[in-house]
Design a protein around this ligand. Structure first.
Ligand SMILES: [Zn+2]
Ligand SMILES: [Zn+2]
Length: 405
Protein backbone atom coordinates (compact mmCIF):
# COMPACT_ATOMS: atom_id res chain seq x y z
CA UNK A 1 0.00 0.00 0.00
CA UNK A 2 1.26 3.47 -0.77
CA UNK A 3 1.48 6.44 1.54
CA UNK A 4 -1.26 8.02 -0.53
CA UNK A 5 -3.45 4.99 0.04
CA UNK A 6 -2.68 5.17 3.73
CA UNK A 7 -3.53 8.87 3.78
CA UNK A 8 -6.83 8.04 2.11
CA UNK A 9 -7.32 5.36 4.73
CA UNK A 10 -6.74 7.94 7.44
CA UNK A 11 -9.46 10.10 5.93
CA UNK A 12 -11.76 7.10 6.03
CA UNK A 13 -10.75 6.51 9.65
CA UNK A 14 -11.43 10.12 10.52
CA UNK A 15 -14.80 10.03 8.79
CA UNK A 16 -15.61 6.83 10.60
CA UNK A 17 -14.71 8.40 13.92
CA UNK A 18 -16.78 11.46 13.15
CA UNK A 19 -19.73 9.31 12.14
CA UNK A 20 -19.37 7.38 15.39
CA UNK A 21 -19.62 10.53 17.49
CA UNK A 22 -22.90 10.73 19.41
CA UNK A 23 -25.48 12.79 17.57
CA UNK A 24 -28.59 14.03 19.37
CA UNK A 25 -31.55 12.06 18.15
CA UNK A 26 -29.44 9.56 16.21
CA UNK A 27 -28.06 6.22 17.33
CA UNK A 28 -24.26 6.36 17.65
CA UNK A 29 -22.24 3.55 16.07
CA UNK A 30 -21.61 1.02 18.82
CA UNK A 31 -18.09 0.69 20.15
CA UNK A 32 -17.22 -3.01 20.35
CA UNK A 33 -16.59 -4.17 23.87
CA UNK A 34 -14.28 -7.15 24.30
CA UNK A 35 -14.97 -9.57 27.17
CA UNK A 36 -11.62 -11.00 28.25
CA UNK A 37 -11.26 -14.01 30.53
CA UNK A 38 -8.40 -12.83 32.77
CA UNK A 39 -6.16 -14.79 35.15
CA UNK A 40 -8.02 -17.98 34.26
CA UNK A 41 -4.77 -19.96 34.17
CA UNK A 42 -4.57 -19.53 37.97
CA UNK A 43 -7.99 -21.14 38.58
CA UNK A 44 -8.55 -18.72 41.48
CA UNK A 45 -10.72 -19.95 44.37
CA UNK A 46 -10.57 -16.65 46.24
CA UNK A 47 -9.93 -13.16 44.91
CA UNK A 48 -9.75 -9.75 46.48
CA UNK A 49 -10.99 -6.78 44.48
CA UNK A 50 -9.46 -3.48 45.58
CA UNK A 51 -10.81 -0.10 44.47
CA UNK A 52 -7.79 1.90 43.26
CA UNK A 53 -10.27 4.60 42.27
CA UNK A 54 -13.88 4.72 43.46
CA UNK A 55 -15.89 1.79 42.08
CA UNK A 56 -19.50 0.63 42.11
CA UNK A 57 -20.12 -2.88 43.36
CA UNK A 58 -23.23 -4.86 42.51
CA UNK A 59 -24.05 -8.39 43.63
CA UNK A 60 -26.21 -10.36 41.24
CA UNK A 61 -28.99 -11.79 43.42
CA UNK A 62 -32.08 -10.50 41.71
CA UNK A 63 -31.88 -6.73 41.70
CA UNK A 64 -29.67 -6.07 44.69
CA UNK A 65 -28.58 -2.49 45.36
CA UNK A 66 -25.24 -1.07 44.26
CA UNK A 67 -22.73 0.14 46.78
CA UNK A 68 -19.81 2.46 46.13
CA UNK A 69 -16.38 1.44 47.35
CA UNK A 70 -14.08 4.40 48.07
CA UNK A 71 -10.43 4.26 46.96
CA UNK A 72 -8.57 1.65 49.01
CA UNK A 73 -11.66 -0.34 49.96
CA UNK A 74 -11.68 -4.05 49.19
CA UNK A 75 -14.07 -6.97 48.92
CA UNK A 76 -13.11 -10.62 49.11
CA UNK A 77 -14.89 -13.11 46.89
CA UNK A 78 -14.85 -16.86 47.02
CA UNK A 79 -16.66 -19.67 45.31
CA UNK A 80 -19.35 -21.56 47.15
CA UNK A 81 -20.90 -24.14 44.84
CA UNK A 82 -22.80 -22.25 42.18
CA UNK A 83 -22.58 -18.97 44.07
CA UNK A 84 -20.04 -16.24 44.74
CA UNK A 85 -19.69 -15.28 48.41
CA UNK A 86 -18.76 -11.72 49.24
CA UNK A 87 -17.01 -10.53 52.37
CA UNK A 88 -16.05 -6.97 53.22
CA UNK A 89 -13.75 -6.13 56.10
CA UNK A 90 -13.61 -9.90 56.74
CA UNK A 91 -17.33 -10.06 57.50
CA UNK A 92 -19.35 -12.46 55.39
CA UNK A 93 -22.19 -10.44 54.01
CA UNK A 94 -24.01 -12.28 51.29
CA UNK A 95 -23.84 -14.53 48.26
CA UNK A 96 -25.10 -14.21 44.70
CA UNK A 97 -24.77 -15.68 41.25
CA UNK A 98 -21.93 -13.30 40.52
CA UNK A 99 -20.93 -9.69 40.92
CA UNK A 100 -19.99 -6.71 38.78
CA UNK A 101 -17.48 -4.01 39.67
CA UNK A 102 -17.61 -0.84 37.59
CA UNK A 103 -15.48 2.29 37.93
CA UNK A 104 -17.42 5.18 39.43
CA UNK A 105 -15.09 7.61 37.65
CA UNK A 106 -14.02 7.51 33.97
CA UNK A 107 -11.27 4.92 33.38
CA UNK A 108 -11.18 4.12 37.08
CA UNK A 109 -8.92 1.27 38.13
CA UNK A 110 -9.64 -2.00 39.92
CA UNK A 111 -6.89 -4.17 41.32
CA UNK A 112 -7.35 -7.93 41.44
CA UNK A 113 -5.32 -9.77 44.08
CA UNK A 114 -5.05 -13.53 44.13
CA UNK A 115 -4.34 -15.66 47.18
CA UNK A 116 -0.84 -16.47 45.85
CA UNK A 117 0.09 -12.77 45.98
CA UNK A 118 -0.36 -12.13 42.26
CA UNK A 119 -1.82 -8.69 41.50
CA UNK A 120 -3.06 -7.05 38.34
CA UNK A 121 -4.77 -3.71 37.65
CA UNK A 122 -7.60 -3.23 35.14
CA UNK A 123 -9.57 -0.23 34.03
CA UNK A 124 -13.27 -0.71 33.32
CA UNK A 125 -15.80 -3.29 34.37
CA UNK A 126 -14.84 -6.63 35.90
CA UNK A 127 -17.43 -9.39 36.28
CA UNK A 128 -16.83 -12.28 38.69
CA UNK A 129 -18.90 -15.47 38.52
CA UNK A 130 -18.53 -19.20 39.06
CA UNK A 131 -16.53 -20.70 36.22
CA UNK A 132 -18.43 -23.24 34.17
CA UNK A 133 -15.27 -25.24 33.43
CA UNK A 134 -14.35 -26.00 37.07
CA UNK A 135 -14.64 -25.06 40.73
CA UNK A 136 -12.89 -21.70 40.49
CA UNK A 137 -13.97 -18.10 39.98
CA UNK A 138 -14.05 -16.68 36.47
CA UNK A 139 -12.94 -13.05 36.10
CA UNK A 140 -14.04 -11.26 32.94
CA UNK A 141 -12.72 -7.78 32.11
CA UNK A 142 -14.88 -5.73 29.77
CA UNK A 143 -12.85 -3.30 27.67
CA UNK A 144 -13.53 -1.26 24.54
CA UNK A 145 -11.73 -2.84 21.57
CA UNK A 146 -9.09 -0.09 21.37
CA UNK A 147 -8.20 -0.36 25.06
CA UNK A 148 -7.87 -4.13 24.67
CA UNK A 149 -5.63 -3.64 21.61
CA UNK A 150 -3.43 -1.19 23.55
CA UNK A 151 -3.17 -3.70 26.40
CA UNK A 152 -2.03 -6.50 24.06
CA UNK A 153 0.46 -4.22 22.26
CA UNK A 154 1.98 -3.08 25.56
CA UNK A 155 2.20 -6.67 26.83
CA UNK A 156 3.84 -7.92 23.64
CA UNK A 157 6.11 -4.99 22.81
CA UNK A 158 6.20 -2.56 25.78
CA UNK A 159 6.36 1.21 25.47
CA UNK A 160 9.97 1.59 24.31
CA UNK A 161 9.36 0.43 20.72
CA UNK A 162 9.08 3.09 17.98
CA UNK A 163 5.50 4.29 17.29
CA UNK A 164 5.40 2.79 13.78
CA UNK A 165 6.17 -0.69 15.15
CA UNK A 166 3.52 -0.30 17.86
CA UNK A 167 0.97 0.86 15.28
CA UNK A 168 1.78 -2.02 12.92
CA UNK A 169 1.38 -4.55 15.74
CA UNK A 170 -1.89 -2.90 16.78
CA UNK A 171 -3.33 -3.44 13.30
CA UNK A 172 -2.43 -7.14 13.50
CA UNK A 173 -3.86 -7.45 17.04
CA UNK A 174 -7.08 -5.66 16.07
CA UNK A 175 -7.49 -7.93 13.04
CA UNK A 176 -6.88 -11.11 15.03
CA UNK A 177 -9.25 -9.99 17.80
CA UNK A 178 -12.04 -9.43 15.29
CA UNK A 179 -11.37 -12.73 13.52
CA UNK A 180 -11.39 -14.63 16.81
CA UNK A 181 -14.51 -13.09 18.33
CA UNK A 182 -16.68 -15.73 19.91
CA UNK A 183 -13.74 -18.07 20.30
CA UNK A 184 -14.57 -18.47 24.01
CA UNK A 185 -18.34 -18.07 23.63
CA UNK A 186 -18.93 -21.32 25.52
CA UNK A 187 -17.33 -19.68 28.55
CA UNK A 188 -19.34 -16.48 28.24
CA UNK A 189 -16.50 -14.29 26.93
CA UNK A 190 -14.73 -13.41 23.70
CA UNK A 191 -11.00 -13.94 24.22
CA UNK A 192 -8.62 -15.15 26.92
CA UNK A 193 -5.63 -13.22 28.26
CA UNK A 194 -2.90 -15.76 27.49
CA UNK A 195 -1.12 -16.86 24.34
CA UNK A 196 -3.99 -19.17 23.35
CA UNK A 197 -5.47 -15.89 22.08
CA UNK A 198 -3.15 -12.94 22.75
CA UNK A 199 -1.26 -11.80 25.83
CA UNK A 200 -3.27 -9.22 27.78
CA UNK A 201 -2.15 -7.88 31.16
CA UNK A 202 -4.58 -5.04 31.78
CA UNK A 203 -2.84 -1.82 32.67
CA UNK A 204 0.62 -3.33 33.11
CA UNK A 205 3.51 -2.37 30.78
CA UNK A 206 2.24 1.13 30.07
CA UNK A 207 -0.96 0.30 28.18
CA UNK A 208 -2.27 3.77 28.94
CA UNK A 209 0.71 5.43 27.23
CA UNK A 210 0.59 3.07 24.27
CA UNK A 211 -3.07 3.92 23.70
CA UNK A 212 -2.12 7.45 22.67
CA UNK A 213 0.65 6.29 20.33
CA UNK A 214 -1.94 4.19 18.48
CA UNK A 215 -4.35 7.06 17.86
CA UNK A 216 -3.22 7.86 14.27
CA UNK A 217 -4.18 4.37 13.05
CA UNK A 218 -6.73 3.49 15.70
CA UNK A 219 -9.16 1.80 13.31
CA UNK A 220 -6.82 -0.02 10.90
CA UNK A 221 -7.37 -3.69 10.09
CA UNK A 222 -5.81 -6.01 7.51
CA UNK A 223 -7.97 -7.58 4.81
CA UNK A 224 -7.19 -10.06 2.08
CA UNK A 225 -9.69 -10.71 -0.70
CA UNK A 226 -12.29 -8.61 1.10
CA UNK A 227 -12.09 -10.66 4.31
CA UNK A 228 -10.27 -9.98 7.55
CA UNK A 229 -6.80 -11.39 6.97
CA UNK A 230 -4.97 -13.89 9.11
CA UNK A 231 -2.49 -11.64 10.90
CA UNK A 232 -0.29 -13.56 13.35
CA UNK A 233 2.82 -12.02 14.91
CA UNK A 234 5.95 -13.45 16.47
CA UNK A 235 8.73 -12.01 18.62
CA UNK A 236 11.49 -12.71 16.09
CA UNK A 237 11.66 -14.88 12.96
CA UNK A 238 15.46 -15.04 12.94
CA UNK A 239 15.45 -14.55 9.18
CA UNK A 240 13.64 -17.89 8.83
CA UNK A 241 9.93 -17.04 8.43
CA UNK A 242 7.28 -19.69 7.80
CA UNK A 243 3.96 -19.19 5.96
CA UNK A 244 1.11 -19.11 8.47
CA UNK A 245 -0.86 -21.56 6.31
CA UNK A 246 1.86 -24.19 6.86
CA UNK A 247 1.66 -23.87 10.63
CA UNK A 248 -2.10 -23.74 10.94
CA UNK A 249 -3.46 -26.18 8.34
CA UNK A 250 -6.86 -25.19 7.06
CA UNK A 251 -6.08 -21.51 7.40
CA UNK A 252 -7.08 -19.39 4.45
CA UNK A 253 -4.34 -18.50 1.99
CA UNK A 254 -1.92 -16.26 3.84
CA UNK A 255 0.04 -15.19 0.79
CA UNK A 256 3.75 -15.44 0.10
CA UNK A 257 6.45 -15.04 2.73
CA UNK A 258 9.14 -12.43 2.28
CA UNK A 259 12.63 -13.21 3.48
CA UNK A 260 13.08 -11.14 6.64
CA UNK A 261 16.60 -9.79 6.98
CA UNK A 262 15.62 -7.07 9.47
CA UNK A 263 15.88 -9.04 12.70
CA UNK A 264 19.30 -10.64 12.30
CA UNK A 265 20.89 -8.37 14.90
CA UNK A 266 18.26 -9.28 17.49
CA UNK A 267 19.38 -11.39 20.45
CA UNK A 268 16.66 -13.93 19.62
CA UNK A 269 17.76 -14.36 15.99
CA UNK A 270 19.85 -17.46 16.74
CA UNK A 271 19.51 -19.85 19.65
CA UNK A 272 21.04 -23.08 20.81
CA UNK A 273 19.93 -25.68 23.33
CA UNK A 274 22.05 -28.52 24.66
CA UNK A 275 20.12 -31.19 26.55
CA UNK A 276 20.60 -34.69 27.93
CA UNK A 277 19.08 -36.77 25.15
CA UNK A 278 17.46 -39.65 27.10
CA UNK A 279 15.81 -37.32 29.61
CA UNK A 280 14.60 -34.90 26.93
CA UNK A 281 13.19 -37.67 24.74
CA UNK A 282 11.49 -39.43 27.67
CA UNK A 283 9.76 -36.27 28.87
CA UNK A 284 8.69 -34.94 25.50
CA UNK A 285 7.57 -38.43 24.42
CA UNK A 286 5.38 -38.60 27.52
CA UNK A 287 3.96 -35.15 26.82
CA UNK A 288 3.12 -36.18 23.27
CA UNK A 289 0.93 -39.07 24.24
CA UNK A 290 3.06 -41.69 25.94
CA UNK A 291 5.72 -42.26 23.31
CA UNK A 292 9.10 -43.70 24.32
CA UNK A 293 11.33 -42.30 21.57
CA UNK A 294 14.97 -43.27 21.12
CA UNK A 295 15.84 -40.76 18.41
CA UNK A 296 14.80 -37.48 16.85
CA UNK A 297 15.29 -35.78 13.50
CA UNK A 298 13.79 -32.82 11.65
CA UNK A 299 12.36 -32.87 8.15
CA UNK A 300 11.41 -29.83 6.08
CA UNK A 301 9.17 -31.13 3.27
CA UNK A 302 8.86 -28.59 0.45
CA UNK A 303 5.71 -26.46 0.67
CA UNK A 304 4.72 -27.78 4.09
CA UNK A 305 5.43 -27.29 7.77
CA UNK A 306 8.66 -28.70 9.17
CA UNK A 307 8.07 -32.01 10.93
CA UNK A 308 9.78 -33.48 13.97
CA UNK A 309 10.22 -37.24 13.60
CA UNK A 310 10.45 -39.21 16.84
CA UNK A 311 11.75 -42.73 16.26
CA UNK A 312 11.52 -45.74 18.55
CA UNK A 313 10.40 -49.35 18.84
CA UNK A 314 7.03 -48.23 17.56
CA UNK A 315 8.56 -46.97 14.31
CA UNK A 316 8.26 -43.28 13.49
CA UNK A 317 5.89 -40.63 14.81
CA UNK A 318 5.77 -37.42 12.79
CA UNK A 319 4.83 -34.32 14.79
CA UNK A 320 4.12 -30.93 13.13
CA UNK A 321 6.74 -28.52 14.44
CA UNK A 322 4.20 -26.14 16.03
CA UNK A 323 2.71 -28.98 18.07
CA UNK A 324 6.21 -30.07 19.08
CA UNK A 325 7.27 -26.53 20.10
CA UNK A 326 4.15 -26.02 22.21
CA UNK A 327 4.59 -29.40 23.89
CA UNK A 328 8.22 -28.47 24.64
CA UNK A 329 7.14 -25.07 26.00
CA UNK A 330 4.65 -26.65 28.40
CA UNK A 331 7.13 -29.32 29.46
CA UNK A 332 10.44 -27.44 29.70
CA UNK A 333 9.42 -23.73 29.62
CA UNK A 334 9.41 -21.51 26.55
CA UNK A 335 13.13 -20.70 26.52
CA UNK A 336 14.40 -24.13 25.48
CA UNK A 337 12.94 -24.91 22.02
CA UNK A 338 12.31 -21.29 21.15
CA UNK A 339 10.96 -21.36 17.61
CA UNK A 340 9.63 -23.47 14.76
CA UNK A 341 12.85 -23.37 12.74
CA UNK A 342 15.63 -25.53 14.12
CA UNK A 343 17.98 -28.42 13.49
CA UNK A 344 19.09 -31.10 15.91
CA UNK A 345 22.08 -33.41 16.05
CA UNK A 346 23.08 -36.09 18.53
CA UNK A 347 26.49 -35.86 20.19
CA UNK A 348 26.97 -38.88 22.43
CA UNK A 349 24.02 -38.83 24.79
CA UNK A 350 23.54 -35.08 24.26
CA UNK A 351 21.13 -33.47 21.82
CA UNK A 352 22.21 -30.12 20.40
CA UNK A 353 19.49 -27.92 18.92
CA UNK A 354 20.30 -24.83 16.87
CA UNK A 355 17.43 -22.61 15.83
CA UNK A 356 16.36 -19.25 14.53
CA UNK A 357 13.87 -16.81 16.02
CA UNK A 358 11.50 -16.82 18.98
CA UNK A 359 7.88 -17.87 18.57
CA UNK A 360 6.11 -19.53 15.65
CA UNK A 361 8.04 -17.65 12.90
CA UNK A 362 4.86 -16.63 11.01
CA UNK A 363 3.45 -13.22 10.12
CA UNK A 364 4.68 -9.97 11.60
CA UNK A 365 8.22 -10.29 13.00
CA UNK A 366 8.28 -7.83 15.91
CA UNK A 367 12.07 -7.58 16.04
CA UNK A 368 12.08 -6.84 12.32
CA UNK A 369 9.23 -4.33 12.68
CA UNK A 370 11.19 -2.46 15.36
CA UNK A 371 14.29 -2.42 13.16
CA UNK A 372 12.29 -1.15 10.18
CA UNK A 373 10.66 1.57 12.30
CA UNK A 374 14.05 2.68 13.66
CA UNK A 375 15.25 2.97 10.06
CA UNK A 376 12.35 5.31 9.31
CA UNK A 377 9.64 2.99 7.96
CA UNK A 378 6.01 3.91 8.63
CA UNK A 379 3.47 1.41 9.95
CA UNK A 380 1.95 0.85 6.51
CA UNK A 381 5.35 -0.06 5.03
CA UNK A 382 5.96 -2.54 7.85
CA UNK A 383 2.56 -4.16 7.33
CA UNK A 384 3.10 -4.22 3.57
CA UNK A 385 6.40 -6.06 4.04
CA UNK A 386 5.17 -8.71 6.47
CA UNK A 387 1.67 -9.18 5.03
CA UNK A 388 2.21 -8.92 1.27
CA UNK A 389 -1.06 -8.90 -0.65
CA UNK A 390 -3.07 -7.54 2.28
CA UNK A 391 -4.70 -4.11 2.38
CA UNK A 392 -5.01 -1.87 5.41
CA UNK A 393 -8.55 -0.53 5.71
CA UNK A 394 -10.74 1.06 8.35
CA UNK A 395 -12.59 -1.39 10.59
CA UNK A 396 -15.69 0.67 9.92
CA UNK A 397 -15.53 -0.40 6.26
CA UNK A 398 -15.68 -4.11 7.14
CA UNK A 399 -18.52 -6.33 8.31
CA UNK A 400 -16.83 -6.40 11.72
CA UNK A 401 -18.17 -2.89 12.36
CA UNK A 402 -21.70 -4.27 12.69
CA UNK A 403 -23.43 -4.23 16.08
CA UNK A 404 -22.22 -7.03 18.31
CA UNK A 405 -18.96 -6.78 16.28
ZN1 LIG B 1 -8.01 -17.97 24.13
ZN1 LIG C 1 12.47 -11.38 11.28
Amino acid sequence: MSRRALAAGRVVVLLALLSAAPTPGAGAAPTPVVRIDVLGLFHPQTVELVAVDAVSFRLDRGGGPESVLPPGAAVTLDRNGGLVRVARARQLREAGRGCTVTPAVPDGRIEIRLANGFRRVFRGTVVVRPATAGDWLQLVAHRPLEEYVAGVVSAELGTAAPPAALQALAAAVRTQALRWRGRHADEGCDLCDNTHCMLYQGEENGAWAVRHVLEPLCDAVLVRGGQLAMAPFNACCGGAPLPAAWIWPGAADTGPVQPCDRCRENSDAVWTADVAGPDFLARIGSALGGLVPAGIRIEEPPGRSPVVVLTGDYGERRIPVEEFRIACGRTFGWNLIRSNRFLVRADGDRLRFTGRGFGHNAGLCLAGAVAMARAGAAADAILDFYFPGCRVVSRASTASSQPGW
